[in-house]
Design a protein around this ligand. Structure first.
Ligand SMILES: *[C@@H]1O[C@H](CO)[C@@H](O)[C@H](O)[C@H]1NC(C)=O
Ligand SMILES: *[C@@H]1O[C@H](CO)[C@@H](O)[C@H](O)[C@H]1NC(C)=O
Ligand SMILES: *[C@@H]1O[C@H](CO)[C@@H](O)[C@H](O)[C@H]1NC(C)=O
Length: 214
């Protein structure tokens, strides 16, 4: 089982969103002609600032050459103001909640993770807590700007339609692509790493932007 998940089923269930539902107006999916590849108007745009406080449904698949093939789905709460990412997730045979506390990290980038799992009969499994390599980043509003992200085209993404893709080397080492709508809302990200031939694909949908109370 993938153990970079964590805690707080009970607390997680009480997460609330302070802001109103984002106005999913069509303009958030309309991009200027300058972003259309092979158009005579094309001009590479500057990387945008992104929204970082949000609640979203997500689907993530991670695989590598160690035989790992984990698919997780659930709700993701992102709160940079509290330095927290909380995921309430369902797995094959268990459900649970995973908390990443980004105020408690190691010098090599590992993050404090607490994972609480329950079996379907309600039995709580032993709580896992340790520093882990997180597949659930805490997005910073200027990460694409600071990372010198390269515009890599408008693409169609599962469940959300057309978004802009931005590619950068995360922490100078990991090729990361972030998918962003025209309103600066992240609607997924993919990355790969050569060491274990790892690939992680993450889709967001039903996203609500605004402060999350965890
Ligand atoms: C959403 O945005 C559109 C376009 O800007 C506007 O016409 C509409 O009234 C907005 N709806 C809400 C509920 O704010
Ligand atoms: C509940 O499920 C767990 C794990 O599947 C199992 O070990 C345990 O025996 C079950 N408990 C009861 C009371 O059925
Ligand atoms: C920091 O994270 C580690 C690893 O999960 C944990 O053992 C420790 O108690 C945490 N420290 C604080 C102050 O929360």
């Amino acid at each position: 089982m993938h153990i970079s998940l964590s805690v707080k089923l009970v607390l997680g269930a009480m997460c609330t969103i302070a802001a109103s539902k984002r106005n999913m107006s069509a303009r958030c999916h309309q991009f200027s002609d300058e972003l259309v590849e092979f158009s005579s108007h094309f001009q590479e745009p500057e990387p945008p600032l992104i929204e970082t406080e949000f609640k979203t449904a997500f689907l993530q698949h991670k695989w590598d050459n160690q035989g790992r093939s984990n698919i997780a789905t659930g709700v993701w709460y992102s709160s940079p103001s509290q330095r927290l990412v909380v995921l309430n997730e369902a797995f094959d045979g268990a459900f649970g909640s995973s908390t990443f506390d980004y105020s408690n990290t190691t010098s090599d980038g590992l993050v404090d993770n607490t994972l609480v799992l329950f079996s379907p009969n309600g039995t709580m499994l032993p709580v896992y807590r340790d520093y882990v390599n997180s597949d659930f980043p805490l997005f910073e509003d200027d990460m694409l700007v600071k990372g010198g992200a390269v515009f890599s085209g408008l693409v169609e993404r599962l469940l959300v339609g057309q978004v802009a893709s931005w590619s950068m080397l995360y922490q100078g080492a990991i090729p990361l692509t972030v998918f962003v709508d025209a309103c600066g809302v992240v609607l997924g990200y993919d990355y790969w790493a050569p060491f274990l031939r790892t690939r992680v694909v993450t889709n967001f949908f039903d996203t609500t932007v605004g402060p999350v109370d965890l």
